[in-house]
Design a binder for this molecule. Structure first.
Ligand code: MLT
Length: 321
């Protein structure tokens, strides 16, 4: 009987390998692989499990000869060329649940750090100063949080914000107002959200509508002194425009975990800019989330290879034969 081969070119929790091997699959998972190594290894792979480190672009997908499925241990599939995968009949699947709480908690950490200048105060003390004047912040209580994208993560952030006595408003064209109202959240238009929010947190996927939705034109419609948090995707923001808005004081500060290009190139307008807190795409990096997405991704692949069962397929048209 043919032994199926699963290639794991990113660092995925070892639970994934255990599940795949227990199911009798051959696994290649040496840790983070270089692009050339992945390109060479993919020819022999029946399935691929990736995080965000591997770009499953057309070149990689077309180097595959028998690939049936790509499982993304995470939510975003923006590192997968869905057209190229669909053209070869390869199913692309994600694991939308495992990261939710990790990302929501990290978002909240960024928001608190932004409100209270915690990273800047840490740097100051560690550089030998005892400065208690420069870091006066603001409280979250009584402020309005605008959640852009009211999916799993947006809702988990909203719940935490309510515990901090914030008023939560949200924009999401796919979420009915009564569903949000049951959660104590008012759905509003994007214009209203920009006009009312003291803090804005982004939780949308990248589409033609959302790409660079935070830009010169929308930034001026926001409340002066707004604070912006982004742990979703960097391309939601025009980064040069946000930098200008921070320098002018229109935006009081931003906390960013994601960038248009990762890692951000030298001279990036927001890295090192006063008022900006930046972290290297860490929101999903908890022990719990990485175990959860690894297990979920491995099970998806076992189901495809051994049972011809497909779940969480984002390019569902490939299943219609
Ligand atoms: C995701 O899309 O799941 C997160 O951005 C985390 C990651 O890229 O691994």
């Amino acid at each position: 009987m043919t032994q199926f081969h699963v290639l794991v070119p990113d660092s995925v929790n070892k639970k994934a390998v255990e599940i795949l091997e227990q199911a009798g699959l051959k696994v290649t998972a040496p840790g983070q692989m270089k692009r050339e190594e992945t390109l060479a290894a993919i020819a022999d792979a029946d399935a691929l499990i990736i995080r965000s480190g591997t770009k499953a672009d057309a070149a990689l997908i077309n180097a595959a000869t028998k690939l049936k499925a790509i499982a993304r241990a995470g939510v975003g599939v923006d590192n997968v060329d869905l057209d190229a995968a669909s053209a070869k009949g390869i199913a692309v699947m994600n694991t939308p649940d495992g990261n939710t709480i990790a990302t929501a908690e990290f978002t909240f950490g960024l928001m608190l750090a932004l409100a209270r200048h915690i990273p800047q105060a840490y740097d100051s003390l560690n550089s030998g100063k005892w400065d208690r004047k420069s870091f006066q912040g603001v409280e979250l209580r009584g402020k309005t949080l605008g959640v852009v994208g009211f999916g799993r993560i947006g809702r988990a952030v909203a719940k935490r914000a309510q515990a901090f006595e914030m008023t939560v408003i949200a924009y999401d064209p796919f979420i009915p107002a009564d569903f949000a109202a049951d959660l104590g959240v008012e759905m509003v238009s994007l214009e209203t959200l920009y006009a009312r929010a003291d803090f804005i947190t982004l939780h949308s996927v990248i589409t033609d509508e959302t790409r660079e939705m935070i830009n010169r034109d929308t930034l001026v419609t926001m409340k002066k002194g707004v604070r912006i948090v982004n742990a979703a995707r960097g391309a939601l923001i025009n980064e040069a425009d946000l930098a200008e808005a921070i320098k002018s004081g229109q935006v009081a500060g931003a906390a960013l975990d994601v960038y248009g290009e990762e890692p951000p190139p030298a001279g990036h307008p927001l890295i090192g800019l006063p008022g900006v807190i930046d972290t290297p795409h860490l929101a999903a990096s908890t022990d719990e989330a990485q175990v959860a997405v690894a297990i979920e991704a491995a099970q998806l692949i076992v189901d495809v290879l051994l049972n011809s069962t497909y779940k969480n397929v984002v390019n569902a048209a490939v299943l219609v034969k």
